[in-house]
Design a protein around this ligand. Structure first.
Ligand code: IFM
Length: 443
């Protein structure tokens, strides 16, 4: 076996990512809590205390992150806590976040803060959520409050997490609130999310000109199931255009493109200082004219039958898709920060391989001199996985939600070694996933 070390540039960001609703607990004033009360979560699970960060357990978890060599953490602010009603703001909640952010910086973890991560305050939900026309200005008002209050600790902002997932799953597939399946509604929501992002971008820059602002896009690789079929090739491209490209392209040139339709929103032009890239997997797609399909509109999607699948079959381990995602990100002409990447794996039997293979592809991208600045693993501690409840475990640390007991998974030690050495080495692979040695380090 050859001995080798794949180094990353000095100052590379290594961290984990979380979101308010998934970790804080007792978060009952938003659309996701409402959705849960309607019994919409898998197996009747409830978010409950989540990781009990609102109760103070963030302190131990931040200790875990910093002791594991991480130098940054991405968390989100819960809009419904800051603005519990249309005409009410909560300074105590802002104080709470100030303490958490101070806690991060005291531990040497640079904060990246997401301002919207799937949840909407109940008052907004009752007004129509992101379909409600004035939503962008409400979002801007909330963002201003947050930046004014927390700007001393943060200058790396992510306006909206996965606006493409929010719109697709909430308004086309119906698995996220509000559970709609309407193309027109999805388009209205996408338009308002793009406007909301632009309004937030300008507000943050006005208050904090030196800040860096972007959004996090969930990139999904779409491959034609049959390369020889033009219809499959066109389909794969069209899905990528709508799902992957819509938001970052709009933030680049201020033009919304949706199917055959396009519209200018000039205020969105030039509104990303970096591209936040969330990558998990890729899949094949084909047109299936004889059945309604498992995606939308007679589209059938499936994983490569050869690919290794996560515990519940939710994610296929496709590291080359990550390399493609990074290459795709170059077209936006801004630095790339990997704002999420990870896998659900209760037993931690696949995560070490997944992590090594994905960090390897990240390193390849860095060595093409692609402007990649950091990597956030999803996630630190098992947390509440939206409509899938606690059935999926993405944490480097395992959590028993009932007792709040944490247990370190072996992958946490692997990731710590990578973060501490700012590198991935053959010794790490030998220790944590020896089955990969021959293919990664031949000779
Ligand atoms: O948990 C989610 C996160 O909130 C958004 N990106 C995907 C993760 C894993 O499903």
């Amino acid at each position: 076996m050859a001995h080798a070390t794949f180094h990353f540039p000095e100052g590379f960001l290594w961290g984990t990512a979380t979101s308010s609703h998934q970790v804080e607990g007792n978060n009952t004033n938003n659309n996701w809590h409402y959705w849960e009360q309607e019994g919409r979560i898998d197996s009747g699970h409830t978010c409950g205390l989540a990781c009990d960060w609102w109760g103070g357990r963030w302190q131990d978890d931040f200790d875990r992150a910093s002791e594991a060599g991480q130098n940054t953490h991405r968390l989100s602010i819960e809009w419904s806590r800051i603005q519990p009603a249309l005409d009410r703001w909560d300074d105590d909640a802002l104080d709470h976040y100030r303490q958490m952010l101070r806690g991060l910086t005291e531990r040497g973890l640079t904060p990246m803060v997401t301002l919207h991560h799937f949840t909407d305050p109940l008052w907004l939900m009752f007004l129509g959520g992101w379909e409600y026309e004035p939503v962008a200005s409400h979002f801007e008002a909330y963002v201003r409050r947050v930046v004014e209050a927390l700007g001393d600790y943060v200058d790396l902002w992510c306006t909206i997490n996965e606006p493409n997932v929010y719109a697709a799953i909430g308004y086309l597939f119906g698995d996220f609130p509000p559970g709609k399946k309407k193309l027109g509604a999805a388009y209205r929501v996408m338009t308002n999310l793009a406007r909301g992002h632009a309004a937030a971008y300008h507000a943050i820059k006005e208050l904090q000109p030196h800040s860096r602002v972007g959004m996090a896009i969930n990139y999904r690789g779409f491959l034609p199931a049959h390369k020889f079929l033009p219809s499959d090739r066109i389909l794969a491209k069209a899905l990528s255009r709508i799902f992957n490209d819509f938001f970052p392209r709009t933030a680049k040139d201020g033009v919304l493109r949706f199917l055959a339709h396009s519209k200018r929103i000039p205020e969105a032009r030039g509104t990303q200082d970096f591209l936040g890239l969330n990558y998990y997997t890729r899949e094949f797609v084909t047109i299936n004219p004889f059945s309604p399909g498992n995606m939308v509109f007679f589209v059938k999607n499936f994983y490569d039958p050869e690919a290794e699948l996560s515990s519940t079959g939710f994610i296929a381990n496709e590291p080359l898709g990550f390399f493609d995602a990074l290459r795709w990100g170059l077209q936006f002409d801004v630095p790339i920060i990997v704002t999420e990447n990870g896998v659900e794996d209760h037993e931690d039997s696949m995560r070490r391989r997944y992590l090594i293979q994905h960090i390897h592809q990240l390193w390849r991208g860095v060595n093409f001199n692609w402007p990649i600045e950091g990597y956030y693993h999803w996630t630190l501690v098992d947390n509440f996985e939206w409509e899938r409840g606690w059935t999926q475990r993405f944490g480097l640390w395992e959590l028993e939600p009932e007792t709040q007991t944490r247990r370190k998974r072996p992958s946490a030690d692997l990731y710590a070694a990578i973060c501490r050495q700012n590198a991935l080495s053959s010794e790490m692979v030998a220790e944590f996933a020896p089955e990969l040695l021959e293919s990664m380090f031949p000779g």
